[in-house]
Design a protein around this ligand. Structure first.
Ligand code: ATP
Length: 463
């Protein structure tokens, strides 16, 4: 029997393609696994989420600055960070259909706890003990090879003209935060920040993920929004608590996610340097899964880069002259994962009389199109001219769409589907009373508003 949620998820995936949010990569060539492209509405939604995060994490704060570091870094960065030797997932192959799976995920599906950070022998012990419970997601068999660690870093030949990639590979960054650590001193020396302070960055990351299912939840190329807050060691506990609260608030108050769909997951099995780690999980159609990780990383990162680079990354307090290695509180999330969450959260089907409408009940400031402008009839030049004038005025402040195609009811349905909060219709009365009808996406209520009041009306609505 097909699960109701599975049906809903399949429907959301096809909706994303049909309405220009997300396309499978290289589709005309038969596709390219675990990589996706973002269409006209997808990029607007992604930009809106990113802008909200940036506003909340950088512009609203005096103690946080931004950064845009390069995707490529010296390979020494990845040696120092431990990624070359230890950035791996445990993988096993189904002996029947040869599908490769992540062993921690197979065990999780079977209700057995295992962490991807466990050693090969630790995870093989648990795997062996529970082999009758695990199942290949493709063919259902439980006969697997041993678990082997598979490194996730993506290699390239950038700057290497020897023809041998393995000799001195350069890596596409596996996470954006290493760029923050290696610029810690640059930021400190070039701006007025003092500890405690944070550095935020948004950018692409690449991982050779073994299993990439669940649409854009886990992909090989994705965007991270990462935030590192540098603190005095004795303040780390207090700051960790603060950032856990701040990040939870962001989802509830800024993105409008219902608290019942979010939960905390505590990591019991910490890597040796981590002091505390929690994930915020969201109830995706395929269950509660990690959305964002919030970690107290101690002084590990700056110490490692100090040791390996020979540059002292410690901090001297200008007030007390006290010298110490800052600790780091990290909040790390995938932008694409947030996008999937907000679409799943907003995707709604409603009965209106005998009809059904699909409406994306996005938080209004996230909507890809904020205002749609329609002339009542396409073949009435006066109405079209007036609607164009309104569109031209409003588009300088909000993302607007002009639509004169089909009857107004159909146009409302199209805009509901992409989550447009307001539709304006210019009708014959508009030419006399200099007012238009504004229809609200959620309530479907209509009101008449004077044309010259529109900028103020929408400023209030989107404030
Ligand atoms: P997992 O255990 O699921 O592989 P992780 O714990 O290794 O993930 P982190 O390295 O902590 O993930 O990455 C921080 C955030 O980046 C995650 O919470 C997630 O939102 C996002 N992320 C990580 N890997 C991917 C991916 N392959 N595709 C999309 N987003 C990702």
């Amino acid at each position: 029997m097909i699960d109701k949620n599975e049906n809903r998820f399949e429907e959301i995936i096809s909706f994303c393609k049909r309405r220009g949010f997300v396309f499978p990569s290289s589709e005309i060539y038969g596709g390219f696994s675990a990589v996706y492209d973002y269409g006209p509405y997808g990029i607007e939604l992604k930009n809106a989420i990113q802008a909200k995060w940036w506003q909340n994490m950088v512009h609203n704060r005096e103690d946080v600055v931004g950064l845009d570091s390069a995707i490529f870094m010296s390979p020494k960065v990845w040696q120092a960070s431990g990624h070359v030797s230890g950035f791996s997932d445990p993988m096993a192959e189904c002996k029947k259909c040869h599908t490769r799976s992540r062993v921690d995920h197979l065990l999780e599906e079977a209700g057995v706890f295992a962490d991807e950070k466990m050693s090969e022998s630790e995870i093989n012990k648990i795997f062996d003990k529970n082999k009758d419970k695990v199942k290949c997601p493709k063919c259902g068999s439980n006969i697997f090879s041993e678990a082997k660690s598979f490194n996730l870093l993506v290699k390239s030949n950038l700057g290497n003209f020897t023809g041998d990639w393995d000799k001195e590979p350069t890596y596409l960054r596996g996470e954006t935060c290493q760029g923050i650590y290696i610029n810690f001193k640059n930021v400190l020396d070039s701006s007025r920040v003092k500890i405690p302070f944070g550095i935020a960055q948004v950018g692409k990351a690449f991982r050779n993920e073994i299993t990439a299912r669940q649409f854009i939840f886990r992909t090989r190329e994705f965007e991270q929004m990462e935030f590192q807050y540098f603190v005095k060691p004795e303040d780390a506990k207090k700051q960790y608590k603060r950032w856990k609260e701040e990040r939870w608030d962001f989802y509830v108050n800024e993105l409008g996610i219902l608290e019942k769909n979010l939960r905390w997951h505590k990591h019991e099995n910490l890597v040796f340097y981590a002091k505390e780690a929690y994930d915020i999980e969201y109830n995706f159609p395929f269950g509660f899964k990690e959305l964002e990780g919030i970690h107290n990383r101690s002084d590990y990162d700056l110490t490692q880069h100090s040791k390996h680079s020979g540059s002292d990354l410690s901090y001297t307090d200008p007030r007390t002259n006290e010298k110490f290695m800052p600790w780091v509180i990290e909040a790390s999330v995938g932008l694409n994962r947030i996008l999937l969450m907000v679409i799943c959260d907003a995707y709604t089907k409603e009965k209106i009389g005998d009809e059904e409408r699909i409406v994306l009940k996005l938080e209004k400031s996230l909507a890809p199109v904020k205002i749609a402008v329609f002339p009542l009839l396409k073949n009435k030049p006066q109405l079209v001219k007036k609607a164009k004038e309104i569109f031209d005025k409003l588009k300088t402040a909000w993302v607007c769409e002009f639509d004169d195609n089909g009857n107004v009811g159909k146009r409302y349905r199209r805009q509901d589907e992409i989550g447009t909060p307001y539709c304006i219709t210019v009708d014959f009365d508009s030419l006399d009373d200099k007012a238009v009808t504004i229809r609200d996406r959620d309530t479907m209520a209509q009101e008449r508003v004077a044309i010259d009041q529109l900028p103020e009306y929408f400023s209030q609505k989107f404030s």
